[in-house]
Structures are given as C-alpha cells and as structure tokens.
Design a binder for this molecule. Structure first.
Ligand SMILES: [Cu+2]
Length: 330
C-alpha cells in the first residue's frame, strides 16, 4: 500500500481493479461459451454427455472470473506496489489490510455463497440427469419413466422394444478378464461383442462382472459404472446423436486391463432393429447354451453348481464343454 500521506493522490485502485476484472471476465466468459463450450468433451451424443458438457461449462464460467481476479491482482500489485516504487524496503501487509472488516466479510460471504451454490447445482444435476450416467446400484433412486417396468419385463423374458415405441431399452454389460460382452434381453437375450444402440432412446445399462471388479466406461456416452461380480449396477442415459464411441475398463483388473476396451455405435432406430433381429436369429443356436438372462451370473466352469451352463444335471461337464460334442438342440 502507498504511504498514508500520499493516499489521497492515489487513483482509486479498487475501482480500477474492479473495472478491469469485469471487462476481462465478461469477454473471456463470452468467448469461452460460444467458441470453446460446444466442443468440450465428452460431446453431446447422449443426455448425460450433454449435461456433463454443460455442467463443465457452467463451472468454467464461474471459475474464470476467480482466476482473473487472482492473476490480475498479482499483476496489478507487482506493477503498482513493488517496494522500489512505494519507497519502502520491503512489501508488508499494513493495518489497512489486516483490519479491513468489509474486505474480510465480503471474502467469507462470497466464497461461502459460491461453494454452496455449486453444491446445490451439482445435486440438482445428479437428480435431473437420472444419476448422470453413474452406476446407481441395483435399486436406482432416479429412473427414467418406464425403466423399472422394462427391467422387470427383461427378467421375465417379456420385454420388447421397437422403433418409435419410446420404450426403455435394457442392455446388460458383462465384464470379465479382459473383455466386455453386451446382452440384449429384449431380443431373446443374445450376446454381442459390440455395443449397438438406437438413437433417441432411453438406455438402461445393467452392469455386472463374471470375475473381478471392472468398470464400464463408455466415454462419449458419459456413462461410467463399476462392474462387480454378483451385483447389478444400473446406469441410465438417453442417446441423442448418431456416432461411434469407445468403451474402456476403468478399474485395474489384472495384467491385460490396458487392453480391455472395445467400441460401439449409436445408429438409427431402424438400423438398430435390423441389426438386433438379424443378430438374434444368427446367434440363436449359441444363445440357447447361454444361461437364461439374469442380473448376475455365477461363473461355473464345470456346471456342477448348475449356474453357468444349462446342462440341467450334476455331471461334471455340460455337453457344450465336452470337446466334439453335439450342441444342445442340434
Ligand atoms: Cu477390467
């Protein structure tokens, strides 16, 4: 601070700093919102991705003025109040700063309000975003309408989905060392190594694991849910745009964890329908030897516990495990 007797001739620093701060913050925020905001990852392929992008952009709008305030003050102080200029040997905080009630109160009030508003905003985003693409466990609190009905029907084997039906599409994500498999209960429960989804559709991901803990992370869909053995972890999103996306395992799960990824596509509802019905028919023989659709599966290599293969006996191996045996139903 300048010395007491010269303070009357000083320009009004606070006013000057405030003015610069407002101009730089507004210009920066406007440029960001229109030029950068729409391109921020993970894009807008799903409702959760779009919400995520918007939330990030709102946080940036709030954070940028704070950043500007700190940088600007440092720069302003270095230029105007460095010791040489002020004629003091070294810069020290004066009584003006230490006893400034107004400044201290404003600081506490402003930072408290910002933090509380962000907490409220984050909570609202989770609720409105139906869990925001995160795994909500086996009994999700926030559901898209019709989701519970679709999941109950999926388990009963009576779930259907067709274009323009507005029905929720349940998709099971089965993780194992070191791959993801996707099961479609509305199409006879066939399994696919590719995640194909129809556009403009609510998707209910039912994520589970056959062995260790994995995590299903479909980056461009903004869906991330832990895959735990014997658990059905549900996550929702709604597809909005056509395109391809990448799925990665995001939980260290063994030596080939880094290679545990695959990809998928959001396609038109008609294309999805054609793919699903064709794959259902092509896979019918294989689907028969799979365990019936369930929320979780017990890997049971020899079938002795009756969990994994439909051998229906207590013989050590199911027919499909005996080399050269006929496939059931063939
Ligand atoms: Cu994994």
């Amino acid at each position: 601070m300048a010395s007491e007797n010269s303070s009357n001739n000083d320009p009004n620093h606070l006013q000057r700093i405030t003015l610069i701060w407002i101009v730089v913050s507004v210009i920066g925020d406007v440029l960001y919102w229109f030029l950068v905001g729409p391109h921020v990852p993970p894009g807008r392929m799903t409702t959760t991705a779009k919400d995520n992008q918007e939330a990030f952009n709102v946080l940036f709008l709030i954070a940028f003025p704070v950043l500007v305030a700190i940088w600007e003050y440092m720069l302003y102080a270095a230029i105007n109040w460095r010791s040489k200029k002020a004629g003091v040997p070294e810069s020290v905080g004066g009584p003006k700063a230490a006893e400034n009630r107004k400044l201290q109160t404003s600081w506490i009030v402003i930072t408290t309000v910002v933090v509380l508003l962000l907490a409220a905003y984050g909570t609202v985003e989770v609720v409105v975003g139906k869990g925001s693409g995160g795994g909500e466990g086996p009994n999700p609190i926030w559901n898209p309408s019709g989701a519970i009905k679709a999941e109950t029907a999926a388990l009963a084997g009576t779930a259907t989905w067709s274009p323009n039906s507005n029905a929720v599409l349940p998709v099971q994500v089965i993780a194992q060392q070191w791959k993801f498999t996707y099961r479609y209960p509305t199409f006879g429960g066939f399994e696919s190594p590719y995640l194909i989804l129809p556009v403009n559709t609510d998707i209910a991901f039912n994520v589970t694991s056959l062995d260790v803990i994995h995590s299903f992370w479909a980056y461009q869909l903004e869906v991330k849910a832990d895959a735990n053995p014997q658990q059905n972890n549900v996550a929702y999103t709604k597809t909005l745009q056509l395109g391809s996306f990448v799925v990665r395992c995001s939980e260290l799960c063994g030596i080939w964890h880094g290679a545990m990824f695959n990809s998928g596509n959001v396609v038109s509802q008609a294309t999805f329908m054609a793919w699903a019905t064709k794959t259902e028919a092509a896979n019918a023989q294989n689907t028969k030897v799979l365990p019936p659709f369930a929320w979780t599966y017990t890997p049971d290599a020899n079938g002795a516990a009756g969990g994994y293969y439909i051998d229906g006996t207590v013989t050590p191996y199911s027919p499909s495990e005996i080399y050269g045996s006929k496939q059931p139903g063939s």
